[in-house]
Design a protein around this ligand. Structure first.
Ligand code: PGA
Length: 248
């Protein structure tokens, strides 16, 4: 399984900025994409432009969200099927910003995962505890609850791969990250919990997200069960994104 690096650009890049990132660094992106699984997640409206700029490239394109419904009267929503039509092969769902600002529940997130799997798009499912839950030592309890509907879905879907991004809410955009030994325990638990809860064997990819920069990445790359990173702020600048990927 290739190590994965996901760039979550959130609403930080305009269409021309996202496009310039891809065009200006096309060759370098191509080179790193041979060795690593690189997924760029721009805003919805940038997706067709980016897809065009990266045509025939190994660099993959992801969306930041999708609708929980197949089609119909859902003003403003974007279906998984239409994302697939523009060349999207990954999609972030359940990001803490969507859980907090749009009130997305674990059940809604599982419904989105179902839509994505049906459209042959790999969901990148975000989970993570708030600062309060962390302080109350309720991390595992929170993750277990967030994973429950996803595990039930996977049990009935027979999928070949599951990608989970563990992002402690208190680490997102704060410059604060978990202690490596604590993180290692959480990832060991995650892997064990997922693989023992699902009755068939599938490939489980676990990513870490939250204030990832070059230094934290090189520290966390030593954790065996981490297969990659979901990167926000530091992914909007190619140099810092590339250094996270290529430096040990
Ligand atoms: P950050 O964001 O790297 O800026 O902390 C990560 C995320 O929200 O996915």
């Amino acid at each position: 399984m290739k190590y994965t690096f996901v760039a979550n650009w959130k609403m930080n890049m305009l269409i021309d900025q996202a496009l310039a990132f891809c065009i200006d660094n096309k060759q370098a992106l191509e080179t790193i994409s041979h060795e690593y699984n690189i997924i760029l997640c721009p805003s919805f409206i940038s997706l067709p432009h980016i897809a065009n700029a990266l045509k025939n490239s190994k660099t993959k394109i992801g969306a930041q969200d999708c609708s929980a419904h197949t089609h119909g009267a859902y003003t403003g929503e974007i279906s998984a099927q239409s994302l697939a039509q523009v060349g999207v092969t990954y999609c972030i769902i359940g990001h803490s910003e969507r859980r907090t600002y749009w009130g997305e529940t674990d059940e809604i997130i599982a419904a989105k995962a179902k839509q994505l799997y049906t459209s042959q798009i790999m969901p990148i499912i975000c989970i993570g505890e708030t600062l309060q839950k962390y302080k109350n030592k309720q991390t595992i309890e929170t993750l277990k609850k967030q994973l429950m509907p996803i595990i039930s879905l996977i049990q009935t879907q027979a999928v070949s791969e599951l990608t989970i991004a563990y992002e402690p809410v208190w680490a997102i955009g704060t410059g604060v990250t978990p202690a490596p030994d604590n993180l290692e325990k959480i990832f060991d638990w995650l892997y064990h919990h997922i693989t023992t809860s699902i009755s068939y064997s599938l490939s489980v990819q676990l990513l870490y997200g939250g204030s990832v920069v070059r230094t934290t990445a090189s520290e966390f790359k030593k954790i065996k069960k981490i297969n990659g990173f979901l990167i926000g702020g530091a992914s909007t600048n190619f140099k810092s994104f590339a250094s996270i990927i290529t430096e040990p």
